[in-house]
Design a protein around this ligand. Structure first.
Ligand code: CP
Ligand code: NVA
Length: 321
């Protein structure tokens, strides 16, 4: 399915980047996610029937890297909406046993949508170009759009209006930062990044995020000192220093990022209202301390839960009749 931005409907579209959506579409997704969350909590506490708008629909999940949250929230989400998900890992290494194009040509005949987790972003772009069904990016080295949607939804729950809120990302200028910068810029936030030299973001993403910020009144800020970056922030956000696929650089990255740990002192520097966020998986004692993760300012577990509700909203919008 080719990707085109429209405000009419998400039905049949791809989600490869958060920038494939408009601010209005994100707001609609958030409203639907909030309703689904209320419904899910009611079901858990008092039981009862819930709507199954995706009855009979199937999602193929092509995962070429490990996952806890993305896998389980997509599978559970499809199931809760009345549909079914099929998890495919080493059976289908796109470009090895079969070409990306041939994988797409088969899956589009069997299922209604694909979520793919790959290394290179180009693989999901090609998959989407070749498949006539929606393709969702479940993480590439360039972006993690479902994560950023859940994160900004979590901030909206916490703070209400997002415009002018400050998200300070401390660490690697990676896939998670890229999606947060694009979405934050689109929604009018100030998104700060504190990262060491040589670990900055992709300049093309920064360029696009800068355009989005110019249109929304948002702002992008770049620092090399974490304490300066977090001062007055609403959210202090971090992610692993070494992303999946970069394991050979682990030692070098540990040295480079040693000053970029989110600990109690950094949260103190941020100010009394700041909360801590992390996309997970966390490396306790490296990029974040247990004291912050498990402390009163952490909204990390809400953030993780919200992957489920936001992705259910996305699936319902992409696939419902
Ligand atoms: N945050 C996230 O995407 O987690 P997983 O890698 O476990 O899916
Ligand atoms: N930046 C991390 C995110 C994991 C959810 C990675 O790509 O491994």
């Amino acid at each position: 399915m080719s990707t085109s931005v429209s405000t009419a409907t998400l039905r049949g579209r791809d989600l490869l980047s958060v920038a494939d959506l408009s601010a209005d579409e994100v707001e609609r997704l958030f409203e639907r996610a909030a309703a689904l969350k209320t419904e899910d909590h009611a079901r858990r506490t008092s039981g009862g029937l819930v709507a199954t708008p995706l009855a009979g629909r199937t999602l193929a999940m092509l995962f070429q890297k490990p996952s806890l949250r993305t896998r389980v929230t997509f599978e559970a989400g499809m199931n809760q909406l009345g549909g079914h998900a099929i998890y495919l890992t080493e059976d289908v290494v796109m470009g090895a046993r079969e070409s990306v194009r041939d994988v797409a040509r088969n899956l589009e005949r069997f299922v209604d949508a694909i979520v793919a987790r790959t290394g290179p972003h180009e693989v999901v772009v090609e998959l989407a170009a070749q498949a006539s069904i929606p393709v969702i990016n479940g993480l590439t080295l360039r972006e993690h759009p479902c994560q950023a949607l859940a994160d900004l939804f979590t901030m909206r729950e916490r703070f209400g209006d997002l415009r002018g809120r400050v998200l300070a990302f401390v660490g690697d200028g990676n896939n998670v930062y890229h999606s947060l910068a694009l979405l934050g810029a689109m929604l009018g936030l100030e998104v700060r990044l504190a990262t060491p030299d040589d670990y900055g973001p992709n300049p093309r993403i920064v360029e696009r995020a800068t355009e989005l910020a110019a249109a929304s009144g948002g702002r992008l800020v770049f620092e090399t000192d974490p304490t300066t970056a977090v001062r007055g922030a609403d959210v202090v956000y971090t992610d692993a220093w070494t992303s999946m696929g970069q394991e050979a650089e682990t030692e070098a990255r540990r040295d480079a990022f040693a000053r970029f740990r989110v600990d109690d002192a950094l949260m103190e520097a941020a100010g009394p209202g700041a909360v801590a966020m992390h996309c997970l998986p966390a490396h306790r004692g490296e990029e974040i301390t247990s004291s912050v993760m498990d402390g009163p300012r952490s909204i990390i577990w809400d953030q993780s839960e919200n992957r489920l509700h936001v992705q259910k909203a996305l699936l319902a919008e992409l696939l419902a009749a």
